[in-house]
Design a protein around this ligand. Structure first.
Ligand code: ZN
Length: 319
Protein backbone atom coordinates (compact mmCIF):
# COMPACT_ATOMS: atom_id res chain seq x y z
CA UNK A 1 0.00 0.00 0.00
CA UNK A 2 1.09 3.58 -0.24
CA UNK A 3 -0.06 7.04 0.64
CA UNK A 4 -1.73 9.04 -2.07
CA UNK A 5 1.11 11.37 -3.23
CA UNK A 6 -0.51 14.58 -1.95
CA UNK A 7 -0.64 13.02 1.50
CA UNK A 8 3.10 12.49 1.79
CA UNK A 9 3.96 15.99 2.91
CA UNK A 10 1.30 15.92 5.62
CA UNK A 11 2.52 12.50 6.75
CA UNK A 12 6.12 13.66 6.97
CA UNK A 13 5.08 16.73 8.91
CA UNK A 14 3.02 14.64 11.29
CA UNK A 15 5.71 12.04 11.87
CA UNK A 16 8.73 14.30 12.15
CA UNK A 17 8.10 15.09 15.80
CA UNK A 18 9.37 13.13 18.78
CA UNK A 19 9.57 9.37 18.64
CA UNK A 20 6.32 7.42 19.02
CA UNK A 21 4.28 10.60 19.32
CA UNK A 22 1.00 10.87 17.50
CA UNK A 23 -0.92 14.02 16.75
CA UNK A 24 -3.64 14.59 19.30
CA UNK A 25 -6.10 15.90 16.78
CA UNK A 26 -6.89 14.82 13.26
CA UNK A 27 -5.30 16.82 10.49
CA UNK A 28 -6.93 16.89 7.10
CA UNK A 29 -4.69 15.42 4.43
CA UNK A 30 -6.41 17.11 1.54
CA UNK A 31 -6.47 20.85 1.97
CA UNK A 32 -9.47 22.68 0.58
CA UNK A 33 -11.88 19.77 0.77
CA UNK A 34 -14.71 19.43 3.21
CA UNK A 35 -13.76 17.50 6.30
CA UNK A 36 -15.44 14.10 6.55
CA UNK A 37 -18.28 13.65 8.98
CA UNK A 38 -17.13 13.55 12.60
CA UNK A 39 -17.62 10.08 14.10
CA UNK A 40 -20.85 9.80 16.03
CA UNK A 41 -20.56 8.78 19.67
CA UNK A 42 -21.31 5.17 20.47
CA UNK A 43 -24.89 4.43 21.30
CA UNK A 44 -25.79 1.71 23.78
CA UNK A 45 -26.91 -1.39 21.92
CA UNK A 46 -27.52 -5.04 22.64
CA UNK A 47 -24.44 -5.88 20.64
CA UNK A 48 -21.80 -7.83 22.53
CA UNK A 49 -18.49 -8.59 20.86
CA UNK A 50 -17.00 -12.02 21.21
CA UNK A 51 -13.40 -11.52 22.23
CA UNK A 52 -10.83 -12.98 19.88
CA UNK A 53 -8.09 -15.05 21.45
CA UNK A 54 -5.09 -12.70 21.26
CA UNK A 55 -2.51 -15.37 22.02
CA UNK A 56 -3.88 -17.78 19.45
CA UNK A 57 -3.95 -15.00 16.83
CA UNK A 58 -0.38 -14.07 17.70
CA UNK A 59 0.72 -17.70 17.45
CA UNK A 60 -0.62 -17.82 13.88
CA UNK A 61 1.34 -14.67 13.05
CA UNK A 62 4.46 -16.13 14.66
CA UNK A 63 4.21 -19.32 12.59
CA UNK A 64 3.58 -17.41 9.37
CA UNK A 65 6.57 -15.13 9.99
CA UNK A 66 8.72 -18.18 10.85
CA UNK A 67 8.23 -19.38 7.25
CA UNK A 68 10.50 -16.51 6.23
CA UNK A 69 10.09 -14.24 3.18
CA UNK A 70 6.86 -15.03 1.29
CA UNK A 71 6.96 -13.12 -2.00
CA UNK A 72 5.03 -14.42 -5.04
CA UNK A 73 6.80 -17.27 -6.81
CA UNK A 74 8.80 -18.33 -3.71
CA UNK A 75 8.66 -21.53 -1.70
CA UNK A 76 7.75 -19.38 1.32
CA UNK A 77 4.68 -18.14 -0.53
CA UNK A 78 3.59 -21.72 -1.28
CA UNK A 79 4.15 -22.70 2.35
CA UNK A 80 2.05 -19.80 3.58
CA UNK A 81 -0.78 -20.70 1.18
CA UNK A 82 -0.75 -24.25 2.57
CA UNK A 83 -0.56 -22.95 6.13
CA UNK A 84 -3.61 -20.75 5.64
CA UNK A 85 -5.65 -23.46 3.91
CA UNK A 86 -4.69 -26.08 6.48
CA UNK A 87 -6.23 -23.85 9.14
CA UNK A 88 -9.43 -23.51 7.10
CA UNK A 89 -10.04 -27.24 6.69
CA UNK A 90 -13.75 -28.02 6.60
CA UNK A 91 -14.63 -24.45 5.64
CA UNK A 92 -15.94 -23.41 2.22
CA UNK A 93 -12.66 -22.28 0.69
CA UNK A 94 -12.19 -21.05 -2.87
CA UNK A 95 -9.06 -20.20 -4.79
CA UNK A 96 -9.07 -17.31 -7.23
CA UNK A 97 -5.99 -18.22 -9.23
CA UNK A 98 -4.80 -16.09 -12.12
CA UNK A 99 -1.71 -15.11 -14.04
CA UNK A 100 -0.37 -11.60 -13.47
CA UNK A 101 1.89 -9.75 -15.87
CA UNK A 102 4.30 -7.74 -13.75
CA UNK A 103 7.53 -5.77 -14.36
CA UNK A 104 9.35 -8.81 -12.90
CA UNK A 105 7.66 -11.26 -15.30
CA UNK A 106 4.56 -13.45 -15.20
CA UNK A 107 3.43 -14.81 -11.86
CA UNK A 108 0.70 -17.25 -10.87
CA UNK A 109 -1.14 -15.49 -8.04
CA UNK A 110 -3.91 -16.80 -5.84
CA UNK A 111 -6.50 -15.07 -3.68
CA UNK A 112 -7.83 -17.37 -0.95
CA UNK A 113 -11.49 -16.93 -0.01
CA UNK A 114 -13.24 -18.57 2.97
CA UNK A 115 -17.03 -18.23 3.05
CA UNK A 116 -19.19 -18.34 6.18
CA UNK A 117 -22.85 -18.34 5.10
CA UNK A 118 -25.55 -16.09 6.52
CA UNK A 119 -29.34 -16.18 6.26
CA UNK A 120 -29.57 -13.08 4.05
CA UNK A 121 -28.54 -12.65 0.42
CA UNK A 122 -25.78 -10.15 1.17
CA UNK A 123 -22.09 -10.30 2.00
CA UNK A 124 -19.52 -8.66 4.25
CA UNK A 125 -15.91 -9.09 3.20
CA UNK A 126 -12.93 -8.85 5.54
CA UNK A 127 -9.63 -9.00 3.69
CA UNK A 128 -5.89 -8.42 3.78
CA UNK A 129 -2.88 -9.33 1.67
CA UNK A 130 -0.78 -12.32 2.65
CA UNK A 131 2.26 -12.11 0.38
CA UNK A 132 5.38 -10.20 1.35
CA UNK A 133 6.99 -7.51 -0.77
CA UNK A 134 8.72 -9.05 -3.81
CA UNK A 135 11.76 -6.77 -4.29
CA UNK A 136 12.80 -6.69 -0.63
CA UNK A 137 15.51 -9.03 0.62
CA UNK A 138 15.77 -10.47 4.14
CA UNK A 139 12.23 -9.28 4.69
CA UNK A 140 9.68 -11.28 6.67
CA UNK A 141 6.85 -8.72 6.80
CA UNK A 142 5.71 -9.51 10.35
CA UNK A 143 3.35 -6.55 10.38
CA UNK A 144 2.96 -6.01 6.63
CA UNK A 145 1.38 -9.26 5.47
CA UNK A 146 1.95 -11.41 8.55
CA UNK A 147 -0.15 -9.75 11.25
CA UNK A 148 -3.38 -9.60 9.27
CA UNK A 149 -3.01 -13.05 7.72
CA UNK A 150 -2.79 -14.53 11.21
CA UNK A 151 -5.58 -12.40 12.62
CA UNK A 152 -7.92 -13.49 9.84
CA UNK A 153 -7.33 -17.13 10.77
CA UNK A 154 -8.47 -16.22 14.28
CA UNK A 155 -11.52 -14.43 12.86
CA UNK A 156 -12.30 -17.65 10.98
CA UNK A 157 -12.40 -19.47 14.33
CA UNK A 158 -15.18 -17.11 15.42
CA UNK A 159 -17.18 -17.31 12.20
CA UNK A 160 -16.93 -21.08 11.74
CA UNK A 161 -19.91 -23.27 12.59
CA UNK A 162 -22.12 -20.38 13.72
CA UNK A 163 -25.53 -19.52 12.36
CA UNK A 164 -25.36 -15.98 10.97
CA UNK A 165 -28.79 -14.35 10.89
CA UNK A 166 -27.54 -11.51 8.72
CA UNK A 167 -25.22 -11.35 5.73
CA UNK A 168 -22.61 -13.98 4.91
CA UNK A 169 -19.06 -13.16 5.92
CA UNK A 170 -16.26 -13.87 3.46
CA UNK A 171 -12.63 -13.70 4.50
CA UNK A 172 -10.16 -12.98 1.71
CA UNK A 173 -6.38 -13.39 1.78
CA UNK A 174 -5.31 -11.24 -1.17
CA UNK A 175 -2.24 -12.01 -3.21
CA UNK A 176 -0.07 -9.49 -5.07
CA UNK A 177 -0.90 -6.32 -3.16
CA UNK A 178 2.67 -5.08 -3.27
CA UNK A 179 4.44 -3.64 -6.32
CA UNK A 180 6.93 -5.93 -8.03
CA UNK A 181 9.10 -2.97 -8.99
CA UNK A 182 7.76 0.51 -8.21
CA UNK A 183 4.22 1.30 -7.06
CA UNK A 184 2.05 2.55 -9.91
CA UNK A 185 -1.56 2.12 -11.04
CA UNK A 186 -0.47 -0.94 -13.06
CA UNK A 187 2.19 -2.32 -10.69
CA UNK A 188 0.14 -2.85 -7.50
CA UNK A 189 -3.04 -4.42 -6.11
CA UNK A 190 -2.98 -7.37 -8.53
CA UNK A 191 -5.16 -9.71 -6.47
CA UNK A 192 -7.79 -7.19 -5.44
CA UNK A 193 -8.09 -5.86 -8.99
CA UNK A 194 -8.61 -9.37 -10.32
CA UNK A 195 -11.17 -10.38 -7.69
CA UNK A 196 -13.13 -7.11 -7.87
CA UNK A 197 -13.49 -7.45 -11.65
CA UNK A 198 -14.54 -11.08 -11.27
CA UNK A 199 -17.11 -10.25 -8.61
CA UNK A 200 -18.39 -7.37 -10.69
CA UNK A 201 -18.94 -9.55 -13.76
CA UNK A 202 -20.53 -12.34 -11.70
CA UNK A 203 -22.95 -9.89 -10.03
CA UNK A 204 -21.40 -10.57 -6.61
CA UNK A 205 -20.09 -7.03 -6.08
CA UNK A 206 -23.55 -5.53 -5.68
CA UNK A 207 -24.36 -7.95 -2.85
CA UNK A 208 -21.36 -6.80 -0.81
CA UNK A 209 -22.62 -4.39 1.84
CA UNK A 210 -19.18 -3.67 3.28
CA UNK A 211 -15.56 -4.58 2.72
CA UNK A 212 -13.20 -4.05 5.65
CA UNK A 213 -9.54 -4.21 4.71
CA UNK A 214 -6.86 -4.84 7.32
CA UNK A 215 -3.23 -3.84 6.81
CA UNK A 216 -0.33 -3.39 9.24
CA UNK A 217 -2.44 -3.54 12.39
CA UNK A 218 -0.09 -5.62 14.54
CA UNK A 219 2.08 -2.66 15.66
CA UNK A 220 2.41 -2.66 19.46
CA UNK A 221 1.97 1.12 19.27
CA UNK A 222 -1.44 0.82 17.59
CA UNK A 223 -2.96 3.92 16.02
CA UNK A 224 -5.39 3.20 13.19
CA UNK A 225 -5.48 6.03 10.66
CA UNK A 226 -8.66 7.54 9.30
CA UNK A 227 -8.44 6.85 5.57
CA UNK A 228 -9.91 9.53 3.32
CA UNK A 229 -10.38 6.99 0.52
CA UNK A 230 -12.73 4.88 2.67
CA UNK A 231 -16.50 5.11 3.07
CA UNK A 232 -17.04 7.62 5.88
CA UNK A 233 -20.26 6.01 7.18
CA UNK A 234 -18.53 2.64 7.44
CA UNK A 235 -15.57 4.26 9.22
CA UNK A 236 -18.02 5.79 11.69
CA UNK A 237 -19.67 2.42 12.37
CA UNK A 238 -16.21 0.99 13.05
CA UNK A 239 -15.49 3.89 15.42
CA UNK A 240 -18.75 3.22 17.25
CA UNK A 241 -17.69 -0.40 17.70
CA UNK A 242 -14.27 0.71 18.98
CA UNK A 243 -15.91 3.16 21.40
CA UNK A 244 -18.25 0.53 22.80
CA UNK A 245 -15.27 -1.72 23.49
CA UNK A 246 -13.22 1.10 25.02
CA UNK A 247 -10.64 1.11 22.21
CA UNK A 248 -11.46 4.47 20.63
CA UNK A 249 -8.09 5.99 21.62
CA UNK A 250 -6.48 3.67 19.07
CA UNK A 251 -8.59 5.01 16.23
CA UNK A 252 -8.42 7.91 13.83
CA UNK A 253 -5.96 10.31 15.55
CA UNK A 254 -4.64 11.06 12.08
CA UNK A 255 -6.20 11.37 8.65
CA UNK A 256 -4.46 10.04 5.56
CA UNK A 257 -5.43 8.95 2.07
CA UNK A 258 -4.32 5.37 1.53
CA UNK A 259 -4.06 3.39 -1.69
CA UNK A 260 -4.62 -0.24 -0.83
CA UNK A 261 -6.60 -3.38 -1.74
CA UNK A 262 -9.90 -1.66 -0.85
CA UNK A 263 -9.77 0.73 -3.84
CA UNK A 264 -10.54 -1.76 -6.65
CA UNK A 265 -13.72 -2.70 -4.74
CA UNK A 266 -14.62 0.94 -4.16
CA UNK A 267 -14.30 1.36 -7.92
CA UNK A 268 -16.99 -1.28 -8.49
CA UNK A 269 -19.38 0.34 -6.01
CA UNK A 270 -18.64 -1.50 -2.75
CA UNK A 271 -18.59 0.51 0.52
CA UNK A 272 -15.03 0.00 1.79
CA UNK A 273 -12.93 0.81 4.84
CA UNK A 274 -9.18 0.38 5.24
CA UNK A 275 -8.03 -0.18 8.80
CA UNK A 276 -4.33 0.59 8.70
CA UNK A 277 -1.69 1.96 11.04
CA UNK A 278 0.70 3.64 8.65
CA UNK A 279 2.96 4.98 11.39
CA UNK A 280 5.20 1.95 12.02
CA UNK A 281 8.27 2.90 14.02
CA UNK A 282 9.92 6.30 14.27
CA UNK A 283 9.33 8.06 10.94
CA UNK A 284 7.80 4.81 9.71
CA UNK A 285 11.29 3.27 9.88
CA UNK A 286 10.10 -0.35 10.10
CA UNK A 287 7.86 -0.21 7.04
CA UNK A 288 9.28 -2.21 4.11
CA UNK A 289 12.58 -2.87 5.88
CA UNK A 290 14.17 -5.92 7.48
CA UNK A 291 13.11 -4.28 10.77
CA UNK A 292 9.51 -5.41 10.21
CA UNK A 293 9.86 -8.26 12.69
CA UNK A 294 7.72 -9.99 15.31
CA UNK A 295 9.18 -8.09 18.28
CA UNK A 296 7.49 -4.87 17.06
CA UNK A 297 4.04 -6.47 17.32
CA UNK A 298 1.65 -7.07 20.18
CA UNK A 299 -1.11 -9.67 20.67
CA UNK A 300 -3.20 -6.88 22.20
CA UNK A 301 -3.23 -4.97 18.90
CA UNK A 302 -4.54 -8.05 17.11
CA UNK A 303 -7.22 -8.42 19.75
CA UNK A 304 -8.30 -4.79 19.50
CA UNK A 305 -8.71 -4.93 15.74
CA UNK A 306 -10.25 -8.41 15.76
CA UNK A 307 -12.84 -7.48 18.38
CA UNK A 308 -13.67 -4.24 16.61
CA UNK A 309 -14.17 -6.04 13.30
CA UNK A 310 -16.49 -8.66 14.83
CA UNK A 311 -18.44 -5.96 16.68
CA UNK A 312 -18.70 -3.94 13.47
CA UNK A 313 -20.18 -6.90 11.58
CA UNK A 314 -22.87 -7.23 14.25
CA UNK A 315 -23.59 -3.52 14.02
CA UNK A 316 -23.90 -3.67 10.25
CA UNK A 317 -26.47 -6.46 10.60
CA UNK A 318 -28.42 -4.33 13.07
CA UNK A 319 -28.47 -1.26 10.76
ZN1 ZN B 1 3.76 -3.39 2.11
Amino acid sequence: MRLTPATWLIFLLLTSGCAQSKPAAAASATAGEDKPVTPTPATPTQVVAPAVDANRAFQYVKEIVAIGPRPPGSSGHKKEESYIKNHLKGDAVENDTFSAKTPAGKFALNNIIAKYPGAKDCIYVVGSHYETNYPLKNYVGANDGGSTSGLQLELANHLRGKKHEGCSVWLVWFDGEEAFDKWSPTDSLYGSKHLSEKWKSEGTAKKIKALILLDMIGDADLGIDRDDNSDQKLLNTIYDAASQLGYQSHFYARELAIEDDHLPFKNVGVPVADLIDYDYGYNNAFHHTSEDTLDKLSPKSLQIVGDVVLNTLQRLDAQ
